[in-house]
Every structure is written in structure tokens, then in C-alpha cells.
Design a protein around this ligand. Structure first.
Ligand SMILES: [Zn+2]
Length: 107
């Protein structure tokens, strides 16, 4: 199954809930699922199930934002690194992203 079909399935299943929840709360839910994936990897858990949840919530968010993730992903990462233009990537190895982000939960 292609990503576009998966996104359509998520749309059909959940768009009525996603529209009611809205972008901000759907984004919060996605971050919660990313954290659950983090915990599953670090501490042991059902990593496959958590990774699936992350993709499902990412697709829900994309549905709300009218993003065709398959098209956008192929445009950006299709067959070469978007930064250096090579496959395999020739960018310098980085242990962590350069961006420093800090997420604080309000609840
Ligand atoms: Zn690269």
C-alpha cells in the first residue's frame, strides 16, 4: 500500500474526529505518540505499535493541513539527500540536530 492510500484511509476513518479536535490538539497528540515511541525504544515496549501510532497521527495532522505527504516526501527526499543532492548522503555526520528545541507540556 502506498503512503497516499494510507493517508486516505486515515482520512476516511478519523477526519470527523480530527476536524473536531483541530490542528493544535492533533499536534499535541502526535507529540505524545512520539514520546511513547521514545519510551518504547529506550525502555522496552511495543515499538512497532508506537511507530504505527506516530505515522497515523502524522497523517491525521497532514489531512487537517491539506498536505499530501507522499508527494511532499518524494519532492523532498525522493532519491537523494535534500541537502547535498547525493545518494548515499555525503553530508558530514552529526550526532544530533543543530537545532535546539525544548518542549514543555502545559498539562
Ligand atoms: Zn546529504
Amino acid at each position: 500500500m502506498q503512503l497516499r492510500n494510507l493517508q486516505k484511509n486515515i482520512y476516511d476513518m478519523y477526519i470527523h474526529h480530527d476536524r473536531k479536535r483541530g490542528v493544535d490538539k492533533t499536534l499535541d497528540w502526535l507529540l505524545t505518540e512520539v514520546y511513547e515511541l521514545y519510551v518504547a525504544v529506550k525502555e522496552g515496549g511495543d515499538v512497532s505499535a508506537e511507530a504505527s501510532d506516530v505515522l497515523a497521527w502524522l497523517l491525521s495532522l497532514c489531512n487537517l493541513l491539506n498536505i499530501d505527504l507522499e508527494r511532499e516526501f518524494i519532492n523532498k527526499y525522493g532519491d537523494k539527500c535534500p541537502k547535498c543532492g547525493w545518494n548515499p548522503c555525503k553530508c558530514g555526520y552529526r550526532e544530533y540536530p543543530n537545532k535546539k528545541v525544548r518542549i514543555t507540556r502545559t498539562q
